[in-house]
Ligand binder design. Structure first.
Ligand code: SF4
Length: 347
């Protein structure tokens, strides 16, 4: 049976053609799936009973099961392990920030980019997620927030969980476009951030899509050699080309690019790296987000001391680079992406 979760209204209209329904029915079904928490046609009470039965015989609404859930002790962060029908599981995180609810979605089950600091890549990549599977992560959380009442909703989405989104380009673009639709979450493109390890050709392609989402680039080192040791993809798409593509994105979309920089003790947090980083980014419409590493037990990478983090931050500020340090969230529930899924895979 065809899974209709993740279809646009237009695609639904096409799928519903054999039923000769008026066009507005497709929109009603979409609203049920994406805004009203329907998990099956039986829930869609504004359709006749006969139609509901016919649709149930032809389609399924593929939604993941929640396999595991961890709440941080401060109550701000919840991590979900969601399982799709084929047994593939991915992590999705809800962060309750002072400015609203932000969710972080995965775009691939695992990842094969091999970044040295990342738990998501330890088991390689199982497969790309479909548009519906990526969207279902946002909808599961949206439904949960709505059930809490008090107007709680998903305010921002970051595409920063497991996987390299630009290696699953079409499905991720389909997801972003759906998030923006008023029959889904109606999010502005500005409240959606995509994070990439630097897949240069797709960065240029993304700039031409006419969807001015925020772009975040995983930089993590300002020198070619060091970056290649941390992020093997840097050998294919060298640092200078990544920064050039990011600059192009900022120029086309007029959106400030954020460079993510995981601070790792004695690896990339020294004066030399701070100096190089300043010269690499000077004059760009960009900011740097410093992320003191969540130690990954398997990788023996350590978090710098608070004094070293402060020093690095102040060096950048003093040299007119916009900089933020990521607030600690959920370290007690292993917020580093991939860790919960790994636990599940390793039984
Ligand atoms: S940091 Fe992102 S791109 Fe790198 S291995 Fe992890 S999930 Fe993949």
């Amino acid at each position: 049976m065809k899974d209709i979760f993740g279809l646009t209204v237009e695609e639904l209209q096409e799928a519903l053609q054999p039923f000769s329904l008026p066009k507005y029915r497709a929109r009603q079904i979409a609203e049920w799936m994406y805004q009203r928490g329907a998990t099956g046609f039986a829930d869609m009470t504004n359709l006749s009973k006969k139609l509901r039965e016919e649709l149930s015989g032809a389609f399924v609404i593929g939604r993941p099961k929640c396999k595991d859930r961890l709440d941080s002790s401060d109550g701000h962060t919840t991590k979900f392990l969601l399982e799709f029908t084929d047994g593939t599981a991915v992590e999705t995180v809800l962060m309750r920030q002072p400015y609203g609810n932000s969710i972080c979605v995965s775009t691939q089950a695992g990842c094969n980019m091999g970044c040295a600091f990342c738990a998501s890549t330890l088991h390689g990549m199982a497969r790309n997620l479909t548009t519906g599977e990526i969207l279902s992560q946002a909808i599961v959380i949206s439904d949960m927030l709505r059930a809490e009442g008090q107007g709680e909703k998903v305010d921002t989405v970051v595409i920063m969980g497991s996987g390299e989104p630009l290696m699953n380009y079409e499905n991720v673009l389909g997801f972003i476009r759906l998030l923006h639709e008023d029959y889904v979450l109606g999010l502005s493109y500005r409240s959606i951030t995509l994070s990439t390890s630097g897949i240069v050709p797709q960065m240029y392609k993304l700039a031409e899509e006419g969807i001015p989402i925020s772009l975040s680039v995983s930089l993590h080192a300002p020198e070619q050699e060091l970056r290649s040791t941390l992020m093997p993809i840097n050998r294919k798409y060298p640092l200078v080309d990544v920064v050039r593509a990011a600059r192009h994105y900022a120029e086309v979309t007029k959106r400030r690019v954020t460079y993510e920089y995981i601070l790792i003790d004695r690896v990339n947090d020294g004066e030399e790296q701070a100096r190089e980083l300043v010269s690499l980014l000077r004059g760009q419409l960009a900011s740097v987000n410093l992320i003191p590493i969540n130690p990954v037990a398997e990788r023996h990478l350590l978090r710098p001391s608070a004094a070293r983090i402060d020093w690095f931050e102040h060096y950048l500020t003093a040299h007119h680079i916009n900089v933020t340090v990521r607030r600690e969230m959920g370290t007690d529930i292993q917020a580093a992406c991939g860790q919960l899924r790994n636990k599940h895979l390793e039984g």
